[in-house]
Design a protein around this ligand. Structure first.
Ligand code: NAD
Length: 337
């Protein structure tokens, strides 16, 4: 099968090539640096499948172009699918598959590391010590032991994050999820009935729900107003969960005392590329980066050897099954939960 792989970095190419070899060389890849959008869709000509990641744009007009070019399958090499118009894909007869779980541990472990970084200020200490400055002023943190940590969304990643925090740090881990998990108790997590109940009491809030219409800007002026003054916010899920303007307002007043972000709502213009010698034109993004108490990474939480291997293996299996049987275990229906 000829597969156009958009937005590829070297680590994607290495892991996909290795998985393809393991699975008998079913795939013929064309690796493309550019992200998929209406301008680059033409590069998928003569391919039966496209392979996409989180920031490729796959809306209705792009899907129509892909269909006209003969593309039958979309293999997402990620779990989130908010960037694909599934309804339009179904109407056009394009099958979409994803990698629902490649390493929730990778994201959960990264998330806790990010939490520790902003609470204990590792990033500031690292820069200081390298400059020969061993002063501790400004590095004051607080213990996670006994703190109330609110998890929004207790799917695979939220549950594991909760477990590390409750069992490893002895934190009081509470959660909100409209579809509570029956195993949450085993992970040391207690549910609250309403999101508001979590917002009111949590010292730290960590986002783990997917980006959907119902969760867009779940963190906004209204929800921030309900949070404790001085709350710490962590987002390793999707940028669109946070209204960045509201976040900036809360950082300016000190209502939110520190933030760890692995994602940003308009990240696609910058993430996964080197912009170090370019001007940042997104003033909101630049303002966010300028806060002393904001720690950002470039959508890195998934990036472990284990995750890349699982992503590549599942992607090849998905495409082979789709071609051979018309469906696969990880196919996305038009109306996901
Ligand atoms: P999952 O599907 O297993 O769990 C998502 C949970 O969110 C579900 O339990 C669902 O019921 C819950 N949810 C839905 N609406 C909600 C709401 N309004 N409030 C609270 N909870 C709600 O997903 P997962 O594998 O745990 O991944 C979570 C998210 O993490 C993904 O959607 C993706 O956006 C993100 N992610 C980020 C990275 C990264 O590298 N930063 C990597 C993988 C996944």
């Amino acid at each position: 099968m000829k597969i156009a792989v958009f937005g590829t970095r070297k680590y994607d190419q290495d892991s996909l090539r290795a998985a393809n070899e393991k699975q008998g060389g079913f795939a013929a890849f064309t690796f493309i640096d550019a992200l998929l959008d209406s301008q680059t869709a033409i590069l998928a000509a003569d391919h039966e499948a496209v392979c996409l990641f989180v920031n490729d744009i796959c809306d209705k007009p792009v899907l129509e172009q892909l269909r006209a070019l003969g593309v039958k399958f979309i293999a997402l090499r990620c779990a989130g699918f908010n960037n694909v118009d599934l309804k339009a894909a179904a109407e056009l007869g394009i099958k979409v598959a994803r990698v629902p779980s490649y390493s929730p541990e990778a994201v959960a472990e990264f998330c806790v590391g990010m939490m520790m970084t902003v609470v204990r200020k590792y990033h500031k200490a690292y820069a200081r010590v390298r400059e020969g400055n061993f002063l501790l002023d400004g590095l004051l943190g607080f213990n996670l032991n006994g703190k109330t940590i609110g998890i929004i969304g207790t799917g695979k990643i939220g549950l594991l994050t909760g477990r590390i925090l409750s069992k490893g740090f002895n934190a009081n881990v509470i959660a909100f999820d409209p579809y509570p998990s029956p195993s949450a108790g085993e992970y040391g997590i207690t549910y609250v009935d309403k999101l508001e109940d979590l917002l009111k009491v949590a010292d730290i809030i960590s986002l783990h729900c997917p980006l959907m219409e119902s969760t867009k800007y779940i963190i906004c002026d209204d929800s921030i107003a309900k949070m404790k003054k001085g709350v710490v916010l962590i987002n390793t899920s999707r940028g669109g969960l946070i209204d960045t303007y509201a976040l900036i307002r809360a950082l300016k007043t000190g209502h939110i005392s520190a933030v760890g972000l692995d994602v940003y709502e308009r990240e696609s213009s910058y993430f996964f590329a080197d912009s170090s010698a370019k001007v940042i034109h997104d003033d909101t993004f630049a303002r966010l980066l300028s806060f002393y108490n904001v720690f950002m990474t470039g959508h890195q939480a998934f990036l472990t050897e284990e995750a890349l291997t699982n992503i590549a293996d599942t992607t090849i299996t998905n495409l082979r099954d789709l071609e051979e049987t018309g469906t696969c275990a990880c196919v996305l229906s038009e109306q996901p939960k």
